[in-house]
Design a protein around this ligand. Sequence first.
Ligand code: SIN
Ligand code: MN
Length: 271
Amino acid sequence: MKLTPEQLAQFDRDGYLFFPSLFSAEEMAVLKGELPSIYSQHRPEIIRERGSDAVRTVFAAHLMNEAFAKLGRHPRMIEPVTQIFGEQVYMHQYKINGKQAFDGDVWQWHQDYGTWKADDDMPDARAMNVSVFLDEVNEFNGPLLFIPGSHKHGAIDASHDLSTTSYPLWTIDNATITKLVERGGIVAPKGPAGSMMLFHSCLVHGSPSNMSPWHRNIVYLSLCAVSNHIRQFKRADWIAHRDFTPIEALPDNCLTDRSVRINTLPLAQAA
Ligand code: SIN
Ligand code: MN
C-alpha cells in the first residue's frame, strides 16, 4: 500500500494518518477469535490493570500467536512506514492494548519516542506506530487522543510516572499539554473495527479510561528504521526487541489465507 503525495503532506503537517475500515470484518474476526486464548494466559508479557484481572497490554503477541504474527508482517501496515522512512523497518515493539469494558484505565499524555530515547537509547525519532482497531472505537470506550502538529516539537521533557497506572510511562506535564492544545487542538480518530492509524513517534497522545460496556482492543506495531535500532538493552526484550532483522511483508490476503503459515513462534508455548 503506497501513500499519496497528499497523504505524505498531511502526515508531515498533522503527525498522523487515519484509514477507516482498511481491514475487512472477516480479517478482524480472525484476530479477535484469538484474544480469549491469549488473554487467559498469565505470563510476564501480559500486563493486567491495577487491582483487576483485566488485560491492559499484551506485549510481543506476534511471537506467541500466528494470526498476530501475520499482522506484524502485513503489507498494509509495513509498506507505508518503509515508504516514509525510505528504509526497511524492524519490530521495535508489538502490543495489544485491551482497554476492557469498565476496567480499561487511562494512558497519560506522552510521546512514545520519549520512552524509546530514555529507556532504549534509540538515536532518532525514526520509528512509528501503526495500529489497527479490533473493536469499534467510539467517544465512550477510551479513544486515542492526538494533539495534531505536536510531533514538530521533537522530544519534549517528560517525567517517569510510576504510580498512576499499572505500567510506568514517561509523561508530559499539564502546562506543556495546555500550550500544545492551544496551538493544535485535540482529535480522537473513531471508526469501525479494521480501521488503521499511523502516527509519528513524537506525536503527543493519550487516552481516557473506558467507562463504557464496550471493549476497545487495539493492536500497535512500533516499527523502527533498521539503521536507527536501539543501542541500550535495559528493558525486557519482549518490550524493546533486539532482533533488528528487516521485516519482509507477507501477501495482502495473509490473514484469511490459511495456506500462509508462520511455523516458528518463540513464545508460542503458554507460560
Ligand atoms: C499508547 O499510547 O501506547 C497506548 C494508548 C492506548 O492504547 O490507549
Ligand atoms: Mn503511546
